[in-house]
Design a binder for this molecule. Structure first.
Ligand code: PMP
Length: 326
């Protein structure tokens, strides 16, 4: 008799796949329980994969699921592959098509998270990037809010530094590199903070454990440049676009650690976290310790745009279902 497995606690179930989830693996859609790879897979042994995290937002009024910035994510996946010498056998448009087919197959009528991974697939011992086979998979799971976005978060500057471009390039979204993010996140969580802010090897502010960072000083929105070992985030680019359209002054420049302590506002942003305002950094309250006016303005527009509700940003989203009212 097969022993019934106890259902994991809700906190452990978060981010897991439901029974009816599907995956795209080796060129076909399969039920996620059948999407398996060997324990000898190179990427499993050495972290030689690159990935994306993409969201799709359910719009109940339109009865439509909108994939957010699908092309931009797959363009970044292609760039990550170039750095890591992974051959991706699909164009950006094909990858968008595969993702839409996958979401339709899953049939989600709620927010979802999509995870494509391109990886060194050879079942082989030997550390290198050359002379290996490459694989590609993508799966999608239901996914609500990742951190409580209305509460605001406390952050600590991490004792872990972001990996340097000449060690493990942060610009490429490499699976193995997320050990660095995990070390920072767990250190922060176990010290009682919600998130970590990591500095780069020079001691300048880089980003959150797996989010980009913005601060506001004297009405100017400031974020570190790509050359400060950040992932060149897609939400970050969207926020810079909103700020430009709203005539909010922005600066992309290096940020010192102590600027975090004197900022009027600060927030972390990314596909998973969305836009999360920071109330305290290293136990120093930021501004009023509440949601600041510039963050509030940007957040309001962003959360409408991702559900296809802002005409100006309609190009950000791809409707998944056909035959709907949109
Ligand atoms: N930095 C890191 C290290 C990340 O993992 C992420 C999440 N992908 C981000 C920033 C935010 O990137 P995006 O806005 O493209 O999700």
């Amino acid at each position: 008799m097969v022993k019934e497995l106890a259902r994991p606690a809700p906190s452990l179930r978060r981010g897991t796949a439901p029974e009816h989830a599907w995956a795209f693996l080796d060129g076909e859609l399969v039920p996620i329980r059948d999407a398996r790879i060997s324990v000898m897979t190179h990427a499993f042994n050495y972290g030689t994969g690159v990935f994306e995290g993409i969201r799709a937002y359910w719009n109940a009024q339109d009865e439509q699921l909108y994939g957010l910035h699908l092309k931009e994510h797959y363009a970044r996946l292609h760039r990550s592959c170039r750095i890591m010498r992974i051959a991706l056998p699909h164009t950006i448009d094909e990858l968008v098509g595969i993702t839409v087919d996958l979401l339709r197959k899953c049939g989600y009528r709620e927010d979802a998270y999509i995870r494509p991974i391109a990886y060194k697939s050879s079942p082989l011992i030997g550390v290198r990037l050359h002379d290996l086979e490459d694989g590609f998979t993508v799966f999608a799971i239901p996914f609500g809010t990742y951190l409580d976005i209305d509460r605001g978060i406390s952050c600590a500057v991490s004792s872990w530094r972001r990996t340097d471009d000449n060690a493990i390039p942060a610009r490429s979204k490499i699976t193995g590199a997320y050990v660095n993010a995990a070390l920072a996140k767990t250190e922060a969580a176990e010290a009682g903070f919600d998130e970590a802010i990591v500095l780069n090897q020079d001691g300048h502010v880089s980003e959150g454990s797996a989010e980009n960072l913005f601060i506001v000083r004297d009405g100017v929105l400031v974020t570190p440049p790509g050359s400060d070992n950040i992932l060149e985030g897609i939400v970050r680019a969207s926020i810079l676009q909103i700020a430009a359209d709203e005539k909010i002054p922005t600066l992309v420049r290096q940020i010192d650690r102590t600027e975090l302590y004197i900022a009027d506002e600060a927030f972390l942003c990314g596909t998973g976290t969305q836009i999360n305002f920071i109330t305290k950094i290293d136990n120093r309250p930021l501004g009023e310790g509440t949601l600041g006016p510039i963050t509030e303005r940007i957040r309001r527009i962003y959360f409408e745009a991702v559900r296809g509700k802002v005409a100006r940003y309609r190009g950000w989203v791809t409707p998944v279902y056909t035959g709907s009212r949109t």
